[in-house]
Structures are given as structure tokens and as C-alpha cells.
Design a protein around this ligand. Structure first.
Ligand SMILES: [Cu+2]
Length: 510
């Protein structure tokens, strides 16, 4: 499905890359090089109050189910000064409400597709039955309502939801279909937790706009100079251009989500002040870790706690990320780009905050796999995993309920990729053999060109031999080009007939 266009895009890109190499002082290459330099430093007026997504309203259904109505719809909104954009969103014009749910509760979203085309909603980071996962198999036709249901059984975490139809994910997310999904549990971590006051959603997206303020979708696929698909030169936070956050308390928790299609950010404050990382994708760390920067690739989250003094003004920025590709690939993947993202203005007097706790109620480390369980290896190719693109009728892997596994993911290319596993959380054991600086529960990891990451993966417990979960690159243009694989979870000894699970050498299905 994605094979031919993918290869064509790659060849076009390769030819372009060769052109840049062969014409180092040529006008054309210089133009392309300059065109790919993006950033907004000095161009943004931080004067719009940061939009805080409303909390989704919840009604009580049968058996105490928490019913949440979500309408995926078209809208119009001013995203940037100077015009109105036609957008998509959930229950509103752009982005969606923040869903807040507690461990032990049963959630029953009612997802109504009011768009003119099919979509889906995937609950990124959730452990849940495959049929409720909202991947490419759970297609919602225009006018239809999809009603998944599952019991929340995982640690507190900052998750999110977004469409996941094969081939159109990048466009649906880019138009604005995405939102946060916060899981709470019974452990009080002692962190700032008043939503919109000192517990702030920070959904970061890069965009391109046309002159009249509309979203520019022209570069959303390959075919240009972007090796990671579209990269924008403007930033929205929660759909706000030039966002300003008024700070009322000494400590503020920022739940940062990189909801961009292909851009990697290296978040820092403009005065290089330190902050504490308290959470990663799949939940809290075991203790706060002091840091001055944190890099997030598409789909990754981090919870940061920053301390401010009365009257201070600081900006959250993004410095050129460490992508570690070739010089050319780095440049065209956004590796030289610099952004100002969010201004934080502290009030003249700040309310005091509880001191930051020294220990946090983290998920336990993922258990060592049972003896004899083989390491699985995944080679990320240009837009392939183990030399293949997705086949929706092929089961690539079979995982047993209750098991943990070690997965090794290598990026064999010069192109930035990352790797996300559905219905799972994992610990990063090593990156090229070295322990990572920040260790916390994850579901998405950046895989630098030429490097190898070793993961220990815990899977959700719902057996369903017929409905697959996905693993894939979360650079949305790559994912849409077919850089995905499928696995099913079965009870031990019940691998479905017709599937052959041979890890990277699997040849099952079509
Ligand atoms: Cu990729």
C-alpha cells in the first residue's frame, strides 16, 4: 500500500540530497538549504492567554460506566492573528477536551464521526482490549458512532488520543484532532495538581500557515525536502499562537506533549534555569530528576515542574535538537531549528507550593522476561520495519498475556525515526549500550540514526487473537507511508491458526 509512493519519495529525497552535495555553492542548493531553516525566534508576540482545553464532561452510564461524548468535527477558529482557519477538533473547533479518568473506573467513550471522511480515535498509552484501541482496524465511517469500553488499570500518567487510520493519520492530527487523556490513581504524588492553575497541559505543535491564516497542508506528505514530512515554522500550544501563561504558585507542573507530525523539540527555558522531570510517557518517575533540557520526539510526553519567583518572566523554548543524522538529514529534519514556545509570567506575589516530594509513586520496573524468551529485533529502514511496510491482514508478532519481553530497535538509516508500542509500557534499558539519563515509564522512544535502543516491555493483559495492536514509527508521515507492524496478544499456548510468529523473520499472513 505505502510501498510505491514511499520508495518514490525516498528516491526523490535521495536525488535531492545528492543534488545538495554535488552543488555545494549552487544557487538551487543554497535556496533549498535556506528554505529548510525554520524557527520563530523574535517573530512571536506572546500576548494571547494560553488556551486550556476544557475537561471532558462525564456522565454515569450502566454499571457505573463513565460515559464521555466525543464528536470529531469540522470547525473554524483564529489560530494565528490575521485570519481564520478551517480546522478539525473534538467537541470544539480545534483539538479536544482533556479526558480525566481514574484507575479502577470503566470508561465508555461515545465517539461520533461528524467529518466528511472516515477516521478513528486511538488512546495512546492505554492498556486496553485491542478492539477498543482505536487503531487502523477500528474505522469510524462518517455519521457513525463508535463505543469502545474498558476498565482503566494502569498507573497515573499523561496520555493522549488522536486518529490512527492508515494513510490519513498525519492529516487528521495536523487539522487538529488530538487531546490529552489524564489517568489518576489512588496514590497522591504530592505534585501540583490543580488543572489549569498549577497543573498545565502543554500540547506543542508546529504549523505552517497560508497568508490568510489558514492551515497550510501542501507539504504534509513527502515529495519536498522534509525527510520527516511536514515541518512548520510556527508553533501552537494548546492551539494558541504566542501563548502567555500567568503563574500563580511557586511551583508549576507542565504536562508537555509533542503532538507534532514530525518535529523533535529540545525544550529549555530561555534563562537555562533548571527544572525537575517528574513523569515520562507512561507515568511518574521514581523520584524527580533535575534537568536543564529535555528532548521529545512526536508522541512523547514529559511532566516538568518549574519553580518561579514573584514577578519573573521566562520562556519555554526549543533549541536545535540532537537528531544525530548526517549533516544534510539533520538540517532537513529540523535539526537546526530554534523556537520560542510559551511565555510564563509570574504574578507579583505567588502562593506557596508544597515542597517537591523526594520520592514518587512510580510504576515498578518492568519485570525481567521469563528464561528462554527470545529477544525480538526490529530494524527501522527508510520507511519500513524489518524491510516491510504494514499489511493490515498480516500478524507480525504474537505476544503472550502476562509476559514481558526485551525488544531491540535499531535505526539503520540517516533519517530520524521513533518507535511506539500500543497497549504497552517499557523501560529503556540502554541506548547504544549506555543507560539513559532520564529513566521513567515510556511508550514511545526516539531512535537516533545509526543507534540501537534496548527496551524491556510490559504488555496489557487483554487476549484477543483476532484483533491486532500496532507498533510503529510515530513520525506521522512515516507511519502513514506504512512504517508499522502488528501484534496480537493471546493466552499462553493459544496462538491463532494461520499466524507464524518468527519475530523479524515472520512471513505469516498474506
Ligand atoms: Cu520514522
Amino acid at each position: 500500500m505505502g510501498g510505491t509512493p514511499t520508495r518514490r519519495a525516498f528516491l526523490k529525497w535521495t536525488a535531492l540530497g545528492a543534488g545538495v552535495i554535488l552543488l555545494p555553492i549552487g544557487v538551487g542548493s543554497g535556496y533549498l538549504w535556506a528554505q529548510a531553516s525554520r524557527g520563530n525566534v523574535g517573530r512571536v508576540v506572546f500576548a494571547s492567554p494560553l488556551r486550556i482545553p476544557p475537561l471532558a464532561s462525564v456522565s454515569a452510564g450502566a454499571d457505573g460506566r463513565r460515559v464521555i461524548d466525543l464528536s470529531v468535527q469540522e470547525g473554524r477558529i483564529q489560530l494565528r492573528p490575521g485570519g481564520v482557519a478551517r480546522t478539525w477538533g473534538v467537541n470544539q473547533a480545534y483539538l479536544g477536551p482533556t479526558i480525566r479518568i481514574r484507575r479502577g473506573e470503566t470508561i465508555a467513550p461515545r465517539v461520533r464521526n461528524l467529518l466528511p471522511e472516515p477516521t478513528s480515535l486511538h488512546w495512546h498509552g492505554m492498556e486496553l482490549p485491542a478492539a477498543s484501541d482505536g487503531g487502523p482496524h477500528e474505522r469510524i465511517a462518517p455519521g457513525d458512532i463508535w463505543e469502545p469500553v474498558w476498565r482503566i488499570d494502569q498507573h497515573a500518567a499523561t496520555l493522549w488520543y488522536h486518529p490512527h487510520l492508515h494513510g490519513t493519520t498525519k492529516e487528521h492530527v495536523y487539522r487538529g484532532v488530538a487531546g490529552l487523556l489524564l489517568v489518576d490513581d489512588d496514590n497522591d504524588p504530592g505534585l501540583p495538581d490543580e488543572y489549569g492553575v498549577d497543573d498545565i497541559p502543554v500540547v506543542v505543535q508546529d504549523k505552517k500557515f497560508t497568508g490568510d491564516g489558514a492551515l497550510d497542508l501542501s507539504g504534509i506528505s513527502f515529495g519536498g525536502i522534509d525527510v520527516v514530512g511536514m515541518l512548520g515554522d510556527e508553533i501552537l500550544v494548546n492551539g494558541t499562537w504566542g501563548p502567555l501563561l500567568s503563574i500563580r504558585r511557586e511551583l508549576t507542573r507542565l504536562r508537555v506533549l509533542n503532538a507534532s507530525n514530525g518535529r523533535v523539540y529540545r525544550f529549555v527555558f530561555d534563562d537555562r534555569r533548571g527544572f525537575h522531570v517528574v513523569g515520562t510517557d507512561a507515568g511518574l518517575l521514581s523520584h524527580p530528576i533535575a534537568a536543564e533540557e529535555i528532548q521529545l520526539s512526536p508522541g512523547e510526553r514529559a511532566e516538568l515542574v518549574v519553580r518561579m519567583r514573584p514577578g519573573e518572566r521566562i520562556r519555554l523554548c526549543s533549541e536545535p535538537p540532537d537528531l544525530t543524522g548526517s549533516l544534510i538529514h539533520e538540517h532537513f529534519a529540523g535539526g537546526d531549528d530554534r523556537f520560542e514556545i510559551l511565555q510564563l509570567d509570574a504574578a507579583p506575589e505567588l502562593e506557596s507550593s508544597e515542597p517537591l516530594p523526594t520520592a514518587l509513586p512510580s510504576a515498578p520496573p518492568v519485570a525481567v522476561p521469563a528464561p528462554g524468551r527470545e529477544l525480538r529485533e526490529f530494524a527501522l529502514g527508510e520507511f519500513t520495519i524489518n524491510d516491510r511496510t504494514i499489511d493490515m491482514h498480516r500478524t507480525d508478532l504474537v505476544v503472550e498475556t502476562g509476559s514481558t519481553e526485551e525488544w531491540r530497535v535499531r535505526n539503520t538509516t540517516d533519517t530520524p525515526h521513533n518507535f511506539h508500542i500500543h497497549n504497552a509500557r517499557f523501560d529503556i534499558l540502554a541506548i547504544d549500550g549506555q543507560a539513559p539519563a532520564i529513566t521513567g515509564p515510556k511508550d514511545t522512544v526516539y531512535v537516533r540514526p545509526g543507534t540501537r535502543v534496548d527496551l524491556r516491555v510490559h504488555f496489557g493483559q487483554h487476549a484477543d487473537p483476532h484483533t491486532p495492536y500496532m507498533y510503529h514509527c510515530h513520525v506521522l508521515a512515516h507511519e502513514d507511508a506504512g512504517m508499522m507492524g502488528q501484534f496480537v496478544i493471546v493466552d499462553p499456548g493459544t496462538a491463532p491458526p494461520g499466524t507464524t510468529d518468527r519475530g523479524m523473520h515472520s512471513t505469516g499472513g498474506s
